[in-house]
Ligand binder design. Structure first.
Ligand code: SAH
Length: 222
């Protein structure tokens, strides 16, 4: 039997109820920002994964997207978005590690302008297709090594890194606006989510948050 995929309204497994259950779980896990919760609720996650995996799209797990990479777990997307927003409307944000574009699509509902950088070219193409399908018009994607940030567009009031760095790249610190926030997983074996706030031109405040699990932030492009 052929199942016709209607990506926007969704078939049974992607129904409103399934998505509402996911939101309930996010609340239980401590996500409080209603703006973030409604952005997640309005972003169909099943269109970002292969059809064979779409039955698992609303589970709180990361899933493979090809090229050895993954789509982030809904909880971590919500958590990082909440930390980045900190209750404010965001103007210009930068994401490092677009992957299939799921976090990018959520960010497009939280910020005026979203820039996202990915080092694997076929993933940039894939993400571009998904973001076009969802009509995320305020997003610009770039095929580049995100370790350098995007100096031509800086400063950013938020930078989110969705791959684990061995250290915090200096370029990203420099591209933060005053009062801007950088959210970045740091570590190799054990990774800890870090929040870095730029307090003044020269002063940064760093807070270690929680243990996370991301693919590594690599160098160069492919
Ligand atoms: N934000 C994605 C997560 C994708 S996984 C989501 O919402 O699901 C992390 C991504 O970071 C991978 O696609 C990987 O290729 C990319 N990446 C790793 N190192 C990078 C770098 N230096 N510059 C840009 N992207 C990088």
């Amino acid at each position: 039997m052929a199942i016709i995929r209607n990506s926007q309204s969704g078939i049974g497994m992607t129904s409103l109820r399934t998505r509402e259950r996911m939101l309930g779980r996010l609340r239980e896990q401590g996500i409080k920002d209603e703006v973030v919760l409604s952005a997640i609720s309005a972003t169909p996650r099943h269109i970002f994964v292969d059809e064979a995996l779409s039955i698992r799209a609303y589970e709180d797990v990361s899933l493979p997207i090809g090229f050895g990479q993954t789509i982030s777990q809904p909880y971590i997307v919500a958590r990082m978005s909440e930390l980045l927003r900190n209750g404010n409307v965001l103007q210009k944000v930068l994401e490092i590690g677009t992957g299939c574009g799921y976090q990018t699509a959520v960010l497009s509902k939280l910020a005026q302008e979203v820039y996202s950088v990915e080092r694997i070219r076929p993933l940039v193409m894939k993400a571009r297709g998904h973001l076009r399908e969802l009509k995320c018009a305020n997003v610009k994607l770039d095929h580049a090594d995100g370790n350098m940030g995007l100096s031509e567009v800086a400063p950013f009031d938020g930078i989110i890194v969705t791959a684990a760095a061995s250290h915090i790249p200096q370029d990203l610190l420099e591209q933060l606006a005053i009062n801007g926030r950088l959210i970045i997983p740091v570590g190799t074996e054990e990774q800890i989510l870090h929040l870095v706030e730029r307090v003044s031109q020269l002063e940064y405040r760093q807070t270690k948050l929680e243990a996370v699990k991301f693919v590594p932030l690599l160098g160069g492009t492919s």
